[in-house]
Structures are given as C-alpha cells and as structure tokens.
Design a protein around this ligand. Structure first.
Ligand code: RIB
Ligand code: CA
Length: 323
C-alpha cells in the first residue's frame, strides 16, 4: 500500500529507542509531511526526549521540524520518566549523539499541537507513541481539537495480549490511564496499535547487522541504538535476540504503508480504578466469532492482526539512501 502522500503529520513521543526508529522511518519515507514533534515523559523525561528527537532528526538530515517538550508528569501528577532499563542511559540505548544544533521550540507541546492542528486546517494526522498526557491536556485547552484533527493513531494497549508494565497494562496507556480515557472518549477518528500486533512484528539480529553493514547515518544509528533494546527483549520478553516493533509499526500504519489483516471498530475505554487492572484497555471484542459486526458506541479501530512483513520493509527503508 502506498504512503498517504502529503498527509500533515505530528508525532507525540517519548523518544526512546523505538520512537527514534519510528522517526527515522518517517524521515526516510517519501510523501510523509512531518510538521512537528512533541514529547512527553515516559521512556525518559520530556526534555531529554525533545533533545533525543532533535538529534535523531539531524542524524536523518531533517532540519526545521519544530520539536517541543510537554508534560513531565501524568494528569495525576505522577512522574514516569525513567525507563532506562529498557531504553538505556539517556533513552537512546546508551548511544550519545552530538548536542543538537537546533534548540527545542519554546512553546509547550500542548501549544505546538494546537497551533499545528489549526495551521493544517483539519487535515492533521497525529501519531502518538507515548503516554497520552499531552493529547489529553490539548483537549482540555482546545475542546474543538477533534474537529481540527483528521485522525489519531496511538501505539498503545493490549487487547488479547498480556501487558508489559503489569499483567494487563501496556506502558503508553497504563502510565497515564486518565489521559488515555480522555483521548479515547474525545470523538475523533482513532486507531489503536496494541501489543497484540507490535509484539509479533519482530526485528532480528540479522536485520540489525544489515543496518550496521549498510553504514549510512540513518541505518547505522538505528543499528547502534537497537543493540540495548535487543538485549532487554531477549532478557525479559522474547525467546530470541531481537525486539518488538511498537512505534515503527504504528508509524507504518499511520502513513498508510501497512494494511492490517484485522482491525475492527469497537468500543474501547481504559480501567482507571486503582486496582489490579489499572491501565488495562477494555475493548469490546464480543464480535470475535461473528466477524465483528458494527457496534453501537464504537470509538476506535483496534489493529488485531498484521502480516508480520513490516520489519523487512522497515529495514529496507532505513537502508535506503535518500536523494
Ligand atoms: O509499550 C511500548 C511503548 O511504550 C512504546 O511506545 C515504547 O517507546 C514506550 O513508550
Ligand atoms: Ca514510545
């Protein structure tokens, strides 16, 4: 499927390793109109994520994309800003890049989201690959935001799959459930890309060696930062040395390059109670054996199956030399 050309895109992320790989993929993909990047605490602090984002964009030869830092705490005031056991010291697998030439945009992420949406005149597509605090705050600041945004793609949640920060909660949803509940209830066109598919689209050591051997600034950076991520996955989540494709897969779906095999539109909310299921997605998939008939109150497309071919496409793209 071809990329949906010139669809204005804003990415809200917590630039850690897979966010960085997703950014590199977007920079390498013709027809992607990356208008802005906003950051939020999650894999690292919002500030550090903004600097990481600027460094990654510069490594990809992209300048002039405004990058603004946002929320450093959840709607409840909880600070989740250190997943260094997953993403390494500094958030990029312990790889320390030169200080970025550009400075973060002086606006708060919420203001950059709203300004970018207004400038895009209703065509903006938001790709969210982090806790949804910035989007929730933007909805509070500008209640008309859903009318200004054409689509939201969220990497997050787990439907028929275990969580990763608890038995049932995935990090982006589970680290700020109140924010996720607001985003899911906002009434915009929304697609969820959960662990059900991102854990089954795997990068392998052969992919990583190919990235390193290609040796371009983009492929080498991806290969280097993935090393730490592979070690984490091999030690905790996967039976082999490799990784999931969380944020890159969501990016591929957001730009229209990945066509899901199964993506029903159902009702989805989040458990915001303080019990064992806090942060769990509650997706009504009772249509499972009947082809998911249309569901009153459905508010999200949930990607439940993809064909497993994205990592190969991703590596091809990261290895391409862009003119
Ligand atoms: O659960 C995976 C998600 O949490 C990814 O977006 C990863 O970068 C972290 O933000
Ligand atoms: Ca992320």
């Amino acid at each position: 499927m071809s990329v949906t050309a010139s669809r204005p895109l804003l990415m809200d992320c917590d630039t850690g390793i897979d966010d960085a790989v997703a950014l590199l993929y977007l920079c390498q993909t013709p027809g992607v109109d990356l208008r802005a990047v906003t950051t939020v605490a999650g894999n690292t602090s919002a500030e550090r994520a903004a600097l990481n984002t600027l460094q990654v964009l510069e490594a990809a030869g992209r300048t002039g994309v405004p990058v603004a830092a946002g929320a450093d705490a959840t709607l409840r005031g909880v600070v989740n800003a250190d997943a260094s056991f997953v993403h390494g010291d500094g958030g990029l697998g312990g790889v320390h890049l030169p200080a970025p030439a550009a400075a973060p945009d002086p606006r708060h992420a919420v203001d950059l989201i709203i300004d970018t949406a207004r400038k895009a005149g209703g065509d903006l597509h938001i790709l969210a690959t982090a806790p949804l605090t910035n989007l929730a705050l933007a909805l509070r600041e500008e209640p008309r935001l859903p009318e200004l945004v054409s689509h939201v793609t969220v990497m997050g949640g787990a439907v028929h799959h275990p969580g990763n920060i608890s038995a049932v909660a995935e990090a982006n949803i589970g680290n700020d459930p109140e924010a996720a509940a607001l985003v899911l209830a906002a009434g915009w066109d929304l697609t969820l890309v959960p662990l059900d598919v991102t854990m089954r689209e795997n990068l392998t050591e052969a992919h990583r060696q190919r990235l390193l051997a290609t040796g371009t600034p983009v492929s080498r950076l991806a290969g280097e930062i993935l090393d730490f991520y592979f070690a984490f996955h091999e030690q905790t989540a996967l039976p082999f040395r490799g990784s999931a494709c969380h944020d890159p897969l969501a990016a591929g779906i957001a730009v229209g390059e990945v066509t899901p095999k199964l993506a029903p539109r159902v009702h989805v909310t989040v458990d915001t109670a303080d019990g064992a299921a806090r942060g769990a997605l509650v997706a009504d998939t009772r249509g499972l054996y009947r082809g998911y008939p249309e569901q009153p109150g459905a508010n999200a497309v949930v990607v439940l199956e993809t064909d497993g071919t994205f990592p190969e496409l991703l590596v091809d793209r990261l290895c391409q030399v862009r003119k």
